[in-house]
Design a protein around this ligand. Structure first.
Ligand SMILES: *[C@@H]1O[C@H](CO)[C@@H](O)[C@H](O)[C@H]1NC(C)=O
Ligand SMILES: *[C@@H]1O[C@H](CO)[C@@H](O)[C@H](O)[C@H]1NC(C)=O
Length: 278
């Protein structure tokens, strides 16, 4: 009796662990404005073959955008093995910008549609774009040619930054990228004379348990002399400021996280088992 019960319990746990499934909500996207966030509709709770349940808000130029409730696999390579919010900002040479916030969570049902949670995600984030100041440092309509660009890499394999055959290119735009996994920096240039549209892409991850911030991805394309030099990049990184208020966002969600955790199911089953034995 005791044995069969323990055995059944173990088998149950193993099935859950190895089915590698996650239960997430999935809804239709909904169009929103910054002053009027809305709850997505037609939501279903389903088993997904994904790593994270997700809740996303995206805005164009601080005016309108959309809310999305879904699940995803991206970012596994970064080994964020805890809930995190990914914040991304893209600036373009015409002065427009897009930014997005995605709450990623690992427990069953953790992206349950809630207007309060969506509002909280939005309210916990502060972004100072300073796009006009940044544009002046990175972009000019009629650039010098050839353009002087900074060339630097600390990638362990230099080929991942640029190929040896690209060493003598006539630069017409400079770039710097920072890899969020290795933190390796790659600064070089491109010969491409097509106009630049996206000039800056900055993504940061806010790890909710550790309450730490990670550079997730950073990329600048610019056409002012030496605009991709590391000290200039650091100056620009200070100009657009992000803040994520961990306590504000987490304060209200801890109980719901605990309740939706799979561990609770194990615990209940275990109690049931013991109950039967006694
Ligand atoms: C789940 O996804 C993995 C990789 O993405 C794939 O290999 C596997 O076949 C999928 N399983 C199911 C049940 O869809
Ligand atoms: C490259 O340089 C940056 C900044 O100096 C540093 O944080 C990073 O760890 C370095 N990466 C490698 C792979 O050496």
């Amino acid at each position: 009796m005791v044995f069969s019960c323990v055995l059944r319990f173990l088998i149950f746990i193993l099935t859950i662990k190895f089915s590698a499934s996650l239960i997430c909500y999935q809804c239709d996207d909904i169009w929103v404005t910054t002053t009027n966030l809305k709850l997505p509709t037609n939501c279903v709770r389903m088993n997904v073959n994904k790593t994270y349940c997700a809740m996303t808000i995206v805005f164009n130029n601080n005016i309108n955008g959309y809310v999305q409730i879904t699940s995803e696999n991206g970012h596994q390579a970064y080994h964020y093995d805890e809930d995190f919010v990914l914040l991304g900002l893209t600036m373009r040479s015409d002065g427009s910008f897009t930014y997005g916030l995605t709450y990623h969570c690992l427990a069953d049902g953790c992206n349950e549609p809630s207007l309060k949670k969506i509002q909280l995600l939005f309210d916990s984030t502060t972004i100072e774009h300073n796009i006009k100041t940044i544009l002046r440092l990175l972009y000019i309509r009629t650039p010098e040619r050839p353009l002087p660009c900074s060339k630097y890499t600390n990638c362990t394999d230099p080929n991942t930054c640029y190929q040896p055959k690209e060493i003598n290119v006539v630069c017409s735009r400079c770039f710097t990228t920072i890899n969020g996994i290795t933190n390796a920096i790659c600064a070089h240039c491109l010969e491409n004379v097509k106009p630049i549209f996206d000039i800056l892409d900055d993504e940061r991850a806010y790890l909710l348990k550790a309450k730490t911030t990670k550079n997730h991805h950073y990329e600048v394309y610019c056409n002012m002399p030496e605009c991709n030099r590391l000290d200039k990049i650091q100056q620009i990184q200070k100009l657009h400021r992000y803040d994520f208020d961990y306590d504000r966002f987490m304060g209200k969600s801890i109980s719901s996280l605990l309740l939706s955790n799979k561990n609770i199911i194990y615990f209940h089953l275990f109690i049931l088992c013991i109950w039967n034995i006694l």
